[in-house]
Design a protein around this ligand. Structure first.
Ligand code: SF4
Length: 344
């Protein structure tokens, strides 16, 4: 008997896996990543999966679902939560994919670490039922931590899993989970943390603006790289229509440079260290050349503004790389009110 687990990395999903493994069932855990949560895990995939195996005895695979996620995010059928979080559709998407994996690996059911009434939007009794229905997992999705408070599922009815040994947790409290962790000898586990930037009010506001068409290209055409860039540094919408991303430190500058693509313009100070700025799709998103040139000049001004102040000169040379050509731009810092008015 084999089950596929939806694994989030938090204590609840660790416990759900362990509870089912304890009943002698093989569990294959899957953790999904998108540009909005846990994408960095892909940088060191094998190391992370091995760490989970060593620490919790759980066999884990990571899967990047960014492409389908961005598609869903354009118009989530069940809407958004308090910020830009489409939690219900997010879960439906993940469970649909988990069901496919279940069939691919010959497993018989799914498990998740969800706890009844733990979250206001996606873990109410009626919402759990909607998620099951829309994801096509009714009866085959077992939520071990709250199982005794929910209708019996196929694995319980068929006797694959002993229902009496499952949990009856409900609500936001953590004492039940902490007691269970102790029981399973799990001492080192992650604290519950908001790892999803879609629930962050500041990022959420920015994402909503973008979703509503703030950028010079349609939200539907945005790529995974666009969403990574959107989470970096300072963000500006320039009067000519351009979208500018400006690094706040060396780490962000390097990341911006790594994410830059052929049609982007990259700007840096010529003679000393300073921020890297990226004018996204500068070669292709402007209808007329003078609008692009004006925005490049403004971008150069912002590079000067956010560089370290010394030595101050009325005009500083900024190096702009666009479509393989280097364009030198002389710029001075715009007033702070102007910079503020351009912020995304
Ligand atoms: S918080 Fe983020 S990852 Fe979690 S269900 Fe909501 S949208 Fe999905």
């Amino acid at each position: 008997m084999k089950a596929v687990a939806l694994y989030s990395g938090g204590l609840d999903s660790i416990l759900a896996c362990r509870m089912i493994m304890y009943q002698g069932i093989e569990v294959l855990a899957t953790q999904f990543v998108t540009p909005f949560f846990l994408h960095h895990l892909l940088d060191n995939k094998e190391f992370y999966c091995q760490k989970v195996a060593d620490q919790y005895g759980i066999t884990l695979r990571l899967e990047d679902i960014s492409h389908n996620y961005l598609h869903m995010l354009q118009r989530p059928a069940h809407g958004f939560g308090k910020n830009f979080n489409p939690c219900i559709d997010c879960k439906i998407l993940m469970m649909r994919r988990a069901r496919q994996i279940m069939e691919e690996v010959g497993a018989s059911f799914l498990i998740s670490g969800e706890v009844l009434r733990q979250r206001p939007m996606s873990q109410r009794r009626d919402t759990l039922a909607v998620i099951e229905r829309d994801a096509g997992v009714r009866g085959i999705l077992l939520r071990p931590l709250s199982a005794k408070r929910l209708n019996p599922t196929l694995p319980e009815v068929n006797g694959w899993v002993r229902r009496e040994e499952l949990g009856d947790l409900s609500g936001r409290g953590r004492s039940g989970q902490i007691a269970l962790a102790k029981e399973y000898g799990i001492t080192d586990y992650p604290m519950p943390a908001g790892g999803c930037i879609l629930t962050d009010p500041i990022q959420g506001r920015r994402l909503r603006k973008v979703h509503d068409g703030a950028l010079p290209f349609a939200a539907a055409t945005m790529t995974v790289t666009d969403f990574h860039l959107l989470q970096l540094g300072r963000q500006f919408l320039l009067p000519g229509g351009g979208w500018l991303i400006l690094g706040r430190d060396e780490k962000e500058n390097n990341r911006i440079e790594n994410l830059a693509e052929a049609d982007d313009a990259c700007l840096r100070l010529e003679a000393r260290p300073g921020p890297t700025a990226l004018l996204r799709r500068a070669s292709t998103c402007y209808k007329d050349e003078s609008a692009r040139n004006d925005d490049l000049q403004r971008a150069a001004g912002l590079v000067v503004r956010y560089a370290r102040k010394e030595p101050l000169r009325p005009e500083t040379l900024v190096r702009c790389l666009l479509a393989g050509a280097v364009i030198p731009l002389k710029a001075s810092a715009p007033d702070d009110e102007i910079c503020q008015s351009w912020m995304l």
